[in-house]
Design a protein around this ligand. Sequence first.
Ligand code: NAD
Length: 496
Amino acid sequence: MTNHAPEGLPQVIRHWIGGRPADAADGRTFDVTDPVTNTAYAQAARGSAADIERAVTAARAAAAEWAQLSNRARAHVLHRVADAVESRHDRLARFESYDSGLPITQARGQARRAAENFRYFADVIVALGEEAFRQGGDQISYVVRTPAGVAGLITPWNTPFMLESWKLAPALAAGCTLVLKPAEWTPLSASLWPEIFAEAGVPDGVVNLVHGIGDEAGQALVDHPDVPLISFTGSTGTGRHIIRSAAEHLKTTSMELGGKSPVVVFADADADAALNSVVFGVFSLNGERCTAGSRVLVERPLYEEFTRRLAERAARVIVGPPSDPATEVGALVHPEHYERVLGYVESGRKEARLVAGGTRPAHLPDGNYLQPTVFADVARGARIFQEEIFGPVVAVAPFDDETEAVELANATQYGLAAYIWTRDLRRGHRIAHAVESGMVWINSHNVRDLRTPFGGVKASGVGREGGAHSIDFYTESKIVHVALGEVHTPRFGAAS
Ligand code: NAD
């Protein structure tokens, strides 16, 4: 079965520094492959410390002009960025799907969400005020926010364009100039940013893109002394490493890391709605989703029936070429990741009861395809219960009461999202408060509200993004105290 290559695929993907395309200073490149043929279709510039240096210099040179614009003027530019994203949404979706293996129908949604991020943060800064504090008639104190400096943005390969926009939009809204290092497995959609920013009239040097490998270009960005803040989305291990490196220059960091989010289904839940949500929550975006509900905990009376229905649905999920509009699960991003996911499936076979999937679909002999996989009776100590798989694999386990549900939900190192299904709303809230996670949905799948805090606890992250949290991250708040009346200062050294 063929995966159709989009028209206009570039053969070379360059950096973008100071408003111009650039090759790596040392001329090196790396292969860009697609997840169906796993062969190189393009070469991307392989950034090094020299390229990061050029990009940071360009970002510093552009900083004053961008920061001095009024919030309204920056918001206009952000709306034009959103227009430019929307006008390319078809090409963008095709590029994203081809490079990352996301089903084309789901890649389409990502382009819309990316545009919405720019519109939302444009609105935020226009509405933003600065706080003032009054102490009677004696003193008034007010906050002045300034852009925090050149922002370093480092992003992962899952929904790459949308996640890049999730950092680009607030950084630009806050008045920062920046250097973005996109994930090396999926640089294709990022190759559209230069024409988007140029069309929107973003001044040269405000946005700089350096492609490359994590421990080369990414590390150089983290180590650069003139980049005071790093916003990172990626794996927990890399996040830990970046925090250690960033400590050298006392950088501010925001860490959006891995997850192993529980879905807690009580016997009184709307089982059909819960089932639809579980299937979509763990198998959409190929299961390569940080907030995937990858551990399904079901109250004992519903357990057997729910597990059986989940297995039946998983077996019927349509796995196919990413470019086919009928495809529900496409190809996993890279052979290295595919092998890792298959390794977890092998562990699962020894640790639990395989009730669906576990193999490559027979009609897809090549490419990184896996039939959605369901393991039942998974013990809390099992690797497939504890570790983030980041693929279309779900672990199901029973619980007997509310206390055990909470214990199991909290029994991993992660704490990103949680989903609760029950008709008893008092219980729903109780569980929501007891679960250790940054985000909880009750009787709903992952529906975002851009105003709300986004992020995780425990090994799932440090800090929050979204709404005012993002603006806080990308700005420094200075407090200015002004005396309004007489100042009564103790007169040291004035004794006669
Ligand atoms: P990764 O940690 O391997 O890579 C992420 C980015 O970090 C890439 O751009 C990579 O090049 C860069 N990088 C790697 N080493 C680096 C270093 N030493 N210094 C600087 N940069 C470095 O993660 P991944 O495999 O691309 O992404 C998948 C992970 O991302 C999963 O764990 C997933 O849960 C997580 N994720 C989290 C969220 C969230 O919001 N919490 C969202 C999406 C993905």
